[in-house]
Write a protein that binds this ligand. Sequence first.
Ligand SMILES: [Zn+2]
Length: 212
Amino acid sequence: MLFKKVCPRCGRRYPKNFPSCLECGSTLIDIEKEAKKAELKKYLPVLGMILLCGVIIAAVLFVVIPLVQASLATGQEFGTLSKTTGQTPVITYQMNQPAGNGNLQVTVIKTRDGAKSANSKKFFFVTVTLQNLRSDSPSRVASADFTLLDGGGNPYPSLGLGDTVAQEIAPLTAETFDLTYEIPQDAYGLKIQFSFPASTSRSAQSVYFLLP
Ligand SMILES: [Zn+2]
């Protein structure tokens, strides 16, 4: 095609190197470029739809499905769960600073080393006071609710709460128990991650207790 440009006002055609119309002075339009633009515009909505579908699929895969799974796992309502996801950072408590959630109050009183065990490990005891603030029903707290973490982020499960793996605290009473752990003798930066049990008002909420 010899004439690649057209005048938008009078319709005269010109070769590619003409910048403006010789008759009326209007800036010339490149016919091929315009055609390509028009072509692109035709496909733009389709491209947009494809992109949108991609975003929706990603949202379902990475947000909705995990939420539904978590909802099924904890038995929590989907609505409340989605509201609490992306929630505030975990609150950290010091020794002798009570952590409460309305139904249950947990306080770490003291820690002490136990005997050395095999493979350069030692037993480690953490004394906690559990107070049931409800007047109508007991609170059940399990040793599995307390995980010890070291400075490297390694978790150590509690081997027991008192002399068993779970305790029931009678309404409006407080009881003190030792949590038992087995940790490396050189463990440092210790803290306890406690998850409020599902029966309490802020179920699945975790807090940290910093240990000396
Ligand atoms: Zn013209």
